[in-house]
Design a protein around this ligand. Sequence first.
Ligand SMILES: C[S@@+](CC[C@H](N)C(=O)[O-])C[C@H]1O[C@@H](n2cnc3c(N)ncnc32)[C@H](O)[C@@H]1O
Length: 360
Amino acid sequence: MATVAAAAAPPASGAGTNGVSPPPAEIEATCLRCVISAIGGSIADDISDVLLSLGAQSVVVQEHRPDGAPEQEIFDDGEAKLWDVCDIVAHFPLEADVDSCVALLEDAMREADMLLPDSAGLVYAVSPVANESWVEQIKASYVPLQIADDLWIIPEWSEPQDVAATNIILQPGVAFGTGEHPTTSLCLRELRDLAAAGRLRGVTVCDYGTGSGVLAIAALKYGAASVVGTDIDSLAVKAAQRNGALNGYEPPAFLALQCGAGINDPEPIGAAAAVAAGSSSSSSGSSPTFDLVVANILRGPLVELQGRLSGYVKPGGMLMLSGILYEQAAEIQAAYGGEFQDFVVKTHQQWAVITAVKRR
Ligand SMILES: C[S@@+](CC[C@H](N)C(=O)[O-])C[C@H]1O[C@@H](n2cnc3c(N)ncnc32)[C@H](O)[C@@H]1O
């Protein structure tokens, strides 16, 4: 998870209430800072993950300490030391609809039985951030990240430490997929293993929920012929295109397209885009098919999109699914079991990645 020091922000005139305060006229805001107050420490990490998946550029958990309050005792849950009550500071792009993001966070918390602080919902305040130094703080907080012996993620302003390794250059912080989340690193290591087994050379790949494009770029670096990525978030699509270009991948080798969230939204890739990217269409001629489909999205969309994602995989091709907790793996396996075999589940912390092969 990305944790950066909280930005120096102008005082939030709306602090203590929900909603965005308009920036003072003289401030040229660069992003929005959302402070969610008084969250139970035990759920702070889960909430941070949801905020990142909703488009927050960075999230930091800090002690909830109203003016004059004494320092909190820190409790130890065995793995991490946590404050009992925390504030969560998230930075969003200026265009983000933070109120909607908080509403989605509340829905996710209810679905996961996470305790809301009171029946009225989360207490949060949003303020514009004008301080250029925030960008510098972000830069300082992203350093080269080693995913495996010979696989690194390098912020675009840093130099690779090992030029012989596979180095994925990213502009971090714009879209999910900096490599710090366990689901991203699980998928990256799976791609590395597939490459080591010679199973990525010349293949066509679909990266559903591409985020920063990190998995697409890794697949291309490991020898894939082409990748089509999709995302519901237009900022992620732009970030993926930019990150692709940073690594030397432009269309048609790497196409990043926007899609709708649900199965009732139009099929986002289309035969024409797939053919342009060197992939093929199914026998019906309408649906694109790929040698490998990677989808690091949440449990809900993986279940809802089962028909589409399964249909994208060629007979004998591979599926890689993540974004799920370990305890959700059996449900996902059951959902895809009709068309796939050879399921393998790997875990890191409480997260899982599933790989499977489509029956011929
Ligand atoms: C967990 S991030 C994964 C990003 C990147 N692929 C990685 O592995 O780090 C999930 C991405 O999927 C996108 N997403 C969420 N639901 C989606 C859906 N129903 N269809 C397509 N993309 C979706 C989000 O916008 C986000 O960028």
